[in-house]
Design a protein around this ligand. Structure first.
Ligand code: PLP
Length: 357
C-alpha cells in the first residue's frame, strides 16, 4: 500500500554513529548533549529565542495552554487534528469554535472578535497543511483584547511567511516531529516562544515542576530522549532537499490534475510553502468516497484529513461551522513524501481521473 506519508530514515551508519556516542556516555535522557544540540540547531533554523524539545506535539500543546492559565475560554479552529481541541479540554479550558475561511481553510479572522468575552484567555489556531494563518490580523485582535495566541504549527516546520519562519509567530507556537510529518524524530515535538517568562514556566512544566530539590509548580513529563534527538540531528540538514522534492511532486500532481474540478488551498501572498501535504477539495462527498474507494482498490491509501469537522464531535459539542463542515466532507490528502516515485504520482492521478470519466 502507498500511504499518504512515509517516514524517511537516514542511512543506518549515520544513525549508528550517534548511537555509539550514546552507548559510550550512557546518558539517555534528562536534557542530554544530543537534545541540547538539536535544540540549538532548531533555534538557529527557526530564528527564535526559546525552543523546548518535547516528546510529542500533543504534550507541546498541553504545556503551552497550561502556561497561559486554566479555566478560561480558548477560541479555536474546527478544522484541525483532534489533538488541537483535545488539549484545550484536557487543560480544563473551554473550546469556542470560530469557522474557517474558504481560501486557505485557516481560522476566519473576521469571525473571532464576536466570540471574545471577559473569560477568553487565548486564540489557538492551526496553520492548516502548513499554510500561514493571517498572523498579522490575529495579532491585532489579540493585542486589542489582551489575549494570547498559540499556533498549532504541527504542519508548519520549514514554511515561511514574510521572510520569517512561520513557527516564529505567536506568543507560543508548537510543532510535531511525529514520524508522519515533514521533519521527524520518530516521536517528538517542540514548543517555541520568544517570551522569557513563558519559556521559564514551560521549562519547569516539562520536567515535573522542579529543579533538583526545589519545587516551583506542578508539572508533567514532556522530556524527549537522546535516541530521538539523534534522529533529528540526522534529518535536519536534509530539510532543503525534503522541501524541494515535495515541491516537485506537488507540481506534478497539479499539472496532472489541472483539468479536474478541484479546489486547492490558496496560501496568503508572501508564503514560502513546505509542501507538507497535497490536499484537494472535491465537488461532492459522494465523489470523494468514490475516489478514495478506487484509490484503495489500486493500493493507495488517501486520507480524509481533516474529517470530521471538530465542532461535530460529540465530546466537543460546538456550534455549527458551515465552511469547515463543508470542506471537511470533501477534502482528501494525497500521498506526498520524499521517497514517493513520480510514476506513482502519475498512477494515482490516472485513478482519480478515471472517477471523472
Ligand atoms: C500531528 C498533529 C498534532 C499532534 O502531534 P503528535 O506529535 O502526534 O502528538 C497536533 N496537531 C496537528 C494539527 C497535527 O497534525
Amino acid at each position: 500500500m502507498i500511504n499518504i506519508s512515509k517516514p524517511y530514515l537516514p542511512p543506518l551508519d549515520q544513525y549508528n554513529r550517534y548511537l555509539a556516542g550514546i552507548w559510550e556516555r550512557k546518558w539517555l535522557t534528562n536534557n542530554g548533549p544530543l537534545v541540547q544540540e538539536l535544540e540549538d540547531k532548531l533555534k538557529k533554523y527557526l530564528g527564535v529565542k526559546h525552543l523546548l524539545y518535547v516528546n510529542n506535539g500533543t504534550i507541546a500543546l498541553q504545556i503551552a495552554i497550561k502556561a497561559l492559565g486554566t479555566g478560561g475560554k480558548i477560541i479555536t479552529t474546527p478544522f484541525s487534528y483532534v489533538a488541537t481541541t483535545n488539549t484545550i479540554l484536557w487543560e480544563q479550558c473551554k473550546p469556542v469554535f470560530a469557522d474557517i475561511n474558504t481560501n486557505d481553510f485557516n481560522i476566519d479572522v473576521k469571525k473571532i472578535e464576536a466570540l471574545i468575552t471577559a473569560d477568553t484567555i487565548a486564540i489557538l489556531a492551526t496553520h492548516v497543511y502548513g499554510n500561514p494563518c493571517d498572523v498579522d490580523a490575529l495579532k491585532k485582535i489579540a493585542d486589542k483584547h489582551g489575549i494570547k495566541i498559540i499556533y498549532d504549527g504541527a504542519h508548519a516546520f520549514g514554511a515561511t511567511y514574510n521572510g520569517k519562519q512561520l513557527l516564529s509567530y505567536g506568543d507560543i507556537a508548537t510543532c510535531s516531529f511525529h514520524a508522519t510529518k515533514v521533519f521527524h524524530t520518530v516521536e517528538g515535538g517542540a514548543i517555541i516562544t520568544n517570551n522569557d517568562e513563558l519559556a521559564q514556566k514551560m521549562t519547569l512544566y516539562r520536567q515535573f515542576g522542579h529543579v533538583g530539590d526545589e519545587h516551583f509548580s506542578i508539572g508533567v513529563n514532556g522530556k524527549n530522549s537522546e535516541i530521538h534527538a539523534a534522529m533529528g540531528l540526522c534529518l535536519l540538514p536534509m530539510m532543503p532537499r525534503f522541501i524541494e522534492k515535495r515541491k516537485q511532486l506537488a507540481a506534478l500532481y497539479s499539472q496532472l490534475l489541472a483539468n479536474l474540478p478541484f479546489q486547492f488551498p490558496l496560501p496568503l501572498p508572501n508564503t514560502s510553502y513546505n509542501y507538507s501535504y497535497y490536499p484537494v477539495v472535491l465537488d461532492a462527498e459522494e465523489r470523494l468516497n468514490a475516489v478514495i474507494y478506487s484509490l484503495k482498490e489500486n493500493g493507495v491509501n488517501a486520507r480524509r484529513y481533516f474529517y470530521p469537522s471538530l465542532n461535530n464531535l460529540p465530546q466537543f459539542k460546538g456550534e455549527s461551522c458551515p465552511v469547515s463542515e463543508s470542506i471537511s466532507k470533501r477534502v482528501v490528502a494525497l500521498p506526498l513524501y520524499y521517497e514517493l516515485e513520480e510514476a506513482k504520482v502519475i498512477n494515482i492521478c490516472n485513478v482519480i481521473k478515471s472517477c471523472y470519466l
